[in-house]
Ligand binder design. Sequence first.
Ligand code: NAP
Length: 275
Amino acid sequence: MSAPRIAALIGSPVGHSLSPALHQAAFDAAGVNWAYTAFDITDAAAALSAMRLLGLAGLSVTMPLKEDVARAVDRLDPAARVLHSVNTVSWDGDELVGSSTDGAGFVASLAAAGVEVEGAQISVIGAGGAARSVIDALGRVGAADITVLNRTRDRAEQAASLSKAASVGIVSDITRADIVINATSVGMGVSVDDATEADMACDPALLRSGQVIADLVYHPLETAWMRAAADIGATTVDGLGMLVHQAALQQLRWLGEMPDTTAMRIAAEAELARR
Ligand code: NAP
């Protein structure tokens, strides 16, 4: 049997990442001779040299390397160029291409949950890296209107400038929206039973029945904010779908085929339950 093709996560820290479990589950489900590992490194240029030297088949990129890798690859896909951030490196001939699959992965997770983005009014809470990728992707797939709310207004303005459909919002936009997204880290690591008001992305009284409430936080899988939204009669979408679909889009770039996202989700849930 020939040596496996190797894909890897680079960044620091990488020990807590679900990526190895997700990717290996997809390789195994597809029956391909690929292996996935993680390297705790902070030098983007050295990592890309190693990719060339060792013939690594693909890279996932996490903090703090997303911007450095964007500067070091040969070419960027449109989303990565706008965001100045790369979470995926793949080969095109002998060129290294940097992509950003987070936003498209989020949109795919909404589609998998039966949520239509085209023409929707959307409110995004947060303006960090995850929010920026989501705003860019929602604009690309035809969201009618994206309002951005963030604790730090400057960052909301910067994030809103990423899409023609986006602008800085006010609190009442949350109630008007068809889809409300928590792209902050608020609620992360806090169980429904232990949560206080400070662990809610926004006051649940602003939400209403009939809305779609999507939380990018996936640990816990159901946040207190999602539970409160479900109690009001809103439809909720968890953050694990985004994690699975951004990884699936990485595999599409590496192998040329979409992987089994159900196998990936099962592996990610098992890994989360183990922790
Ligand atoms: P980031 O760049 O550090 O941005 C953090 C965001 O959260 C900022 O908008 C920040 O507001 C806001 N924030 C933090 N603490 C807050 C508080 N106490 N009250 C109000 N706002 C607060 O982080 P990121 O990479 O965007 O990640 C954000 C979240 O998304 C994390 O929980 C991360 O795990 C999750 N995520 C999930 C996926 C997925 O696949 N599901 C992918 C990426 C990220 P300021 O600008 O005012 O500081």
